[in-house]
Design a protein around this ligand. Sequence first.
Ligand code: ZN
Length: 311
Amino acid sequence: MATPLSAAVFLARLRAEGVKVQEHGDWPHHNRNSKGAWGPVHGVMIHHTVTKGSARTVDICRKGYADLPGPLCHGVITKDGTVHLIGYGRANHAGLGDDDVLRAVIGDKVVPGDNEANTDGNRHFYGFECENLGDGEDPWPAAQMEAIEKAAAAICRHHGWTERSVIGHLEWQPGKVDPRGFTMASMRARIQERLDTKTSDTPAKPAAPKPLPKPQKPTVDLSKLVAAARSNPKASGTPVTYSGVRIVETALVNAGLLAKVYSDGHFGSATVDAYARWQRRLGYSGSAADGIPGKTSLTKLGAKYGFQVIA
Ligand SMILES: [Zn+2]
């Protein structure tokens, strides 16, 4: 169930689906609204015209016949694949059909056979008349088939309907045979394929922003850190510099174990003392709290203050 599209949006949707459109006369206001309701809309109905010649076909569908005034549909789909807009609103195309079919269309179900003519279809269906003699021999050119597929898909896409909302007149009103020359099942399969795999070229809704990648935790290499700690000025040899020292010192500052002034990138005696305090905080004592990082104590420091340990 849906409110009918405005004529302007109807036109825009067809174009966005890639339909070649030609407008005729004051099509947005040519309708039978004075004779009955238009909407809510539930589906799209496909017909054949039993006419020959595009210009004549369009003209007949606009004006209708003495006992069936036009418009006879909303769009006439000629053999060259053009959709001619001739009317908008209530149009004389569907006539009375089967309420069970309408319920199936509304419920997005496979339509049952039509055996009743008790429901006003002109109120509830968009209609496309397709230029064809309807004798089962007159060919349906590829361009015309594609235009049917696109026009129906454009409307389904807008209303959020599936291909099951597209039916043939023969599925609606007992005695009707149109469209003849292809099956509605095959056309629905094409529409389904289009809805599933293609997007109209209307600007899509902006995609949801991608979640930012989780910031990678900095890593500290245990063996390099230990080498730096063991080369501190109290020990012999040249101090080993390692970028991971600064990461560990920052953690020790954050833990309240090292004065910020000693966070200088060198695993000096102040850092060794601070690390020993961390070890004691973890329950180590004696030589186990010597200020030289071990895997367990360093992993715990990293877990709490945001770095990963590579051992
Ligand atoms: Zn028909």
